[in-house]
Design a protein around this ligand. Structure first.
Ligand SMILES: [Zn+2]
Length: 278
């Protein structure tokens, strides 16, 4: 039976580290960059970037407002077309010559508008699984939200709205089998339970800010009654004044001691190692 062990301690930039119980692979590192942006480093050292809204995100650490400072990016994932998820993704795709995986119909717009060439905007959709780089598998799953691309037409300087497809979440499976469920932006929906039971993620990245997504009480219900995933990192709060939910409120509603909330500040990292046995 697979087990994941984690121990946290205070540090300036890195908060959590791992004490393996038995055999260990390199830890999975999950760094929060504000809103729904994460830099995930796999056991084999592959770097996965999700929902990169960095330059204009008030929570993003200053060093990451320079996109080159992300280092080499191997996998780029965008859950939907809203700018607080998509804004810096095309630049990162071009910088690293890496495809931007996003809802298929959103990427159709991205190509039609000339934002990215087809090779950097592949199409897939819910239940579809892709392997953007060897050993990393990504499956798109349902999210209860909306999606549109707001775009300034460079030839007219007019603001335009274009088809953004349907928003998604992602199940991200790493080389060692560790699975991360990035929920994207979502309200509550009953099939969260199905997604957790079917894909069996080890860690969930869940929005808690409210107004646009689940708020703290909704998210705590989802975590304890629907998902029951052992590790939780909260996201999508603190960056938009309309999304007033806080981490403290979320933690206050969490009553299941078997589910651990990792309280990351922007720039901090949670690390997870695999152990075998028991
Ligand atoms: Zn959002």
């Amino acid at each position: 039976m697979k087990k994941w062990a984690l121990q946290c301690f205070a540090a300036i930039a890195v908060t959590c580290s791992v004490l393996p119980l038995q055999a260990q692979t390199s830890p999975v590192q999950v760094q929060w960059l504000g809103q729904s942006a994460f830099k995930i480093t796999s056991p084999a050292g592959k770097v996965i970037i999700t929902d990169p809204w960095l330059k204009a995100n008030p929570l993003t650490p200053p060093e990451f407002k320079t996109l080159e400072n992300l280092g080499k990016v191997d996998v780029l994932l965008v859950t939907h077309g809203h700018l607080d998820h998509f804004a810096d993704a095309p630049a990162i795709a071009k910088l690293n010559n890496v495809p931007m995986y996003a809802p298929g119909d959103m990427n159709a717009s991205v190509v039609a508008l000339g934002i990215l060439p087809p090779a950097l905007a592949p199409r897939f959709n819910k239940s579809g699984t892709v392997e953007p780089t060897p050993g990393i598998k990504v499956t798109a799953v349902h999210a209860e939200h909306s999606s549109v691309i707001n775009w300034k037409n460079p030839s007219t300087q007019q603001d335009e709205m274009h088809v953004g497809g349907e928003p998604v979440g992602f199940i991200i499976e790493l080389e060692n089998g560790f699975k991360i469920y990035h929920m994207g932006d979502t309200g509550l929906f009953g099939d969260m339970k199905f997604i957790a039971e079917y894909y069996k993620p080890d860690l969930v990245l869940m929005p808690i800010g409210g107004n646009f997504t689940m708020g703290p009480q909704d998210a705590a219900y989802a975590a304890t009654e629907l998902l029951k995933i052992p590790h939780v990192i909260a996201m999508h709060y603190g960056a938009n004044p309309l999304a007033k939910g806080t981490l403290a409120q979320f933690v206050g509603f969490m009553k299941n001691p078997r589910i651990k909330v990792h309280p990351l500040k922007p720039g901090e990292v949670a690390s997870f190692s695999t152990t075998q046995g028991n």
